[in-house]
Design a protein around this ligand. Structure first.
Ligand code: ASP
Length: 351
């Protein structure tokens, strides 16, 4: 198979799958927490177990920062989530590189790690950067040494399944190299193929009983990225932002576009100006779409060929989420059991 054919048929595929009507589609009205019940945790769709853990801990008196980090640790350790931590899809050389950041509302402090290898829980290292250094972001070798100084053990994060997906990807890249392409695309097992072009992340935000807000974002980043590529997830303002007086926002999806718009910061500012979390997330989505001018991000029909999603909550305990493409869900737990709710979206993905 020719390389171009392969990329076209696997990368997201959303361009071809969307309806052409550019009108705003609303999947759900803005969600409000009318009873003002606390604690609350909101996360991306892969974060049901994270929000449950976070709310349980906040109910037991934990600071929201500890609660949300313990929540996402469950997903970081899960080999079946191939977008985060252990079992995450690797870079183009087959090495898993993780990004994470956290932000603590009451102190307006933050910590982050980027391109961290061999450490299963980058979010815990991000928290230590925040609490035990005068810095905000440590990257690569320095981040690894810092983690080891704090007793983290190096381990191989590449599971057999992630290695297999990577190998198929690598073998399919070109007919001009010495790796044989593994037959026609149709012959690639569905179990493997479904992971091509898919990325992911978990973001989790929490507001405790005192109304203090914290958040965390953690990811293995873009699958098959160039080694050293840093996405939005460890960048304060892009992958996460918290203002204890206003609210918090976390993001998943194409990091490069978040980096160019600092969208989480923008969404918190929109909430400061009076928008609800859902309205602010949708305004963030629209800003990203408006600023998409690079041809490689727009298909033949003029549609955006990537997705980004935002999740937000405010000081009143209102929450919401929005994406460019939907249907799309998010996890929410309001002082009880976590559930999935529908997020708003701009365009319908027919898949
Ligand atoms: N935001 C992540 C990154 O760009 C990937 C994702 O959430 O899909 O690294």
């Amino acid at each position: 198979m020719k390389r171009r054919t392969f990329i076209k048929s696997t990368a997201l595929g959303v361009g071809a799958a969307v309806i052409s009507n550019p009108l705003l589609i609303k999947a759900a009205a803005g969600q409000t927490n009318i009873n003002n019940e606390f604690p609350i945790a909101i996360a991306s769709a892969n974060g049901i177990r994270a929000v449950d853990k976070a709310v349980e801990m906040m109910n037991d008196g934990s600071d929201a920062i500890d609660a949300v980090i313990k929540g996402v640790n469950i997903i970081e350790a899960d080999p079946d989530d191939m977008s985060v931590g252990y079992g995450g899809l690797p870079n183009e050389e087959g090495v898993v590189e993780l990004d994470s950041c956290c932000m603590h509302g009451p102190t307006h402090n933050a910590g982050a790690v980027a391109s961290l290898r061999n450490i299963k829980h980058p979010s815990q290292v991000a928290k230590l950067v925040m609490q035990r250094t005068d810095h905000v972001l440590l990257a690569g070798e320095g981040a690894l040494r810092f983690a080891k100084a704090h007793g983290f053990k190096e381990e191989d994060l590449l599971t057999d399944k992630a290695r297999e997906v990577w190998l198929y990807w690598k073998e399919s890249l070109s007919n001009k190299d010495n790796w044989f392409t593994p037959g026609e695309e149709e012959k690639i097992p569905e179990e493997i193929r479904k992971h091509f072009g898919i990325t992911g992340t978990i973001t989790c935000l929490g507001i405790d009983k005192q109304g203090n807000i914290s958040g965390v974002t953690t990811t293995s980043g873009l699958a098959f990225k160039i080694p050293g590529r840093v996405g939005d997830s460890p960048i304060i303002g892009a992958g996460l932002y918290v203002d204890n007086e206003v609210g918090a926002c976390g993001s998943t999806g194409r990091g490069e576009e978040n980096l160019k718009n600092l969208t989480c910061f923008l969404i918190v500012e929109f909430m400061r100006q009076g928008m609800t979390p859902t309205e602010a997330c949708m305004a963030g989505v629209k800003r990203v779409v408006l600023n998409t001018k690079i041809k490689s991000l727009i298909d033949e029909k003029g549609k955006i060929n990537y997705n980004v999603s935002y999740y937000a909550l405010n000081k009143k305990g209102e929450f919401g989420a929005a994406s460019i493409y939907g249907p799309h869900e998010y996890s929410i737990n309001i002082n009880g059991k976590g559930e999935l709710k529908k997020a708003d979206f701009l365009y319908e993905n027919k898949n």
